[in-house]
Design a protein around this ligand. Structure first.
Ligand SMILES: NC(=O)c1ccc[n+]([C@@H]2O[C@H](COP(=O)([O-])OP(=O)(O)OC[C@H]3O[C@@H](n4cnc5c(N)ncnc54)[C@H](OP(=O)(O)O)[C@@H]3O)[C@@H](O)[C@H]2O)c1
Length: 298
């Protein structure tokens, strides 16, 4: 079996790429752009012809579409580029895949909801409150209108092995925590919005299992699926867990309740029963996962 993974150089894509690479029945064609190295294939997804040529040459059994602009602040500062990548590329990929009869699994986000009445089921009406959520929702619509049998997987804030601490909205907190130890600086961190962080390895496992079920023609593996971690944490709670893991002081960490940066939904907890009923849900306890990810940054 052959899978194309877009965004295979990114935080989540790397983990999905590795998950499929570990399986001997699978060959993986990972695409990247600026970081196309170590077996990845350089492909500018904004170039429609390059994308069409790649699909016609590789002829995968399924496409996992991870590539996106996923920093809400960057989406707000350059909305056109974000639209082209998150919506335009997704539409082209979904249409091409449909013509070639290739199913597509699109990675989406809990930010399609406004955060006012969680937990959200797959059938709940999305109502994004920032541009990033709006574009990802438009991407979902392109994927499902190209073919209603495609898959949309909505996931929460992610952490995992990072190339820089800034790469994940979770691991960047460790940078602030460390600075607060070293330079007598105060670190203000949100103790307001509630999140259910997931380890990228958990998501990669679920993506792999969904893919296998889909290709084995198990009924009903199409449409929208939800997954999120089982612990409800504010960013301040995450920092407390990081400090405890490495015996660091919280003396100069200040929990705040005002909004920092772009507007974000309050509580985006997702109802995960559809995935749990398939028996493929997976959750790494945050204490364990974050300690292992941050060990090399201490
Ligand atoms: N990270 C989170 O907390 C989070 C939470 C919920 C949902 N998601 C969703 O999960 C998916 C993966 O997110 P992520 O965190 O792994 O993103 P990421 O680390 O920012 O990676 C983005 C990927 O997109 C690729 N890319 C960007 N522009 C491209 C272009 N023009 N042509 C080809 N590739 C291009 C990048 O390749 P290069 O770097 O090689 O250029 C990179 O591999 C996204 O759909 C995101 O919306 C993420």
């Amino acid at each position: 079996m052959k899978v194309v993974v877009t965004g295979a150089s990114g935080l989540l894509g790397r983990s999905i790429y590795e998950r499929f690479t570990d399986e001997k029945n699978w060959s993986v064609f990972g695409t990247a752009f600026k970081r196309a190295q170590l077996g990845l294939n350089k492909l500018n997804l904004l170039n429609k012809k390059e994308v069409s040529d790649m699909l016609n040459t590789v002829k995968p059994d399924i496409i996992i579409h991870c590539a996106a602009e996923r920093f809400p602040d960057k989406v707000e500062s350059d909305p056109q580029t974000a639209y082209d990548l998150n919506v335009g590329v997704t539409a082209h990929l979904a249409n091409e895949a449909n013509q070639l009869n290739i199913p597509l699994l699109y990675i989406s986000t809990d930010y399609v909801f406004d955060g006012k009445k969680s937990p959200y089921k797959e059938s709940d009406e999305p109502s994004p409150i920032n541009e990033y959520g709006k574009l990802k929702l438009l991407g979902e619509k392109k994927v499902l209108s190209a073919n209603s049998k495609n898959i949309v997987l909505r996931i929460p804030i992610l952490y995992g092995t990072v190339e820089t601490l800034e790469e994940s909205a979770v691991t960047i907190l460790f940078k602030g925590l460390k600075k607060s130890q070293q330079q007598n600086e105060f670190f203000k961190v949100s103790n307001y919005e509630l999140r259910n962080p997931s380890n990228v390895k958990d998501i990669a496992h679920i993506v792999f299992k969904l893919t296998e079920l889909k290709l084995h023609d198990v009924n009903d593996i199409n449409g929208i699926f939800h997954w999120c971690g089982k612990e409800v944490l504010t960013k301040y709670d995450m920092v407390v867990k990081m400090a405890n893991a490495f015996g660091l002081s919280l003396d100069r960490v200040i929990p705040v309740t005002e909004q920092i940066g772009v507007q974000r939904p309050y509580n985006t907890c997702l109802d995960v029963s559809r995935i749990e009923q398939l028996g493929i849900g997976y959750h790494t306890h945050f204490d364990v996962g974050i300690k292992s990810v941050l060990a090399k940054w201490i």
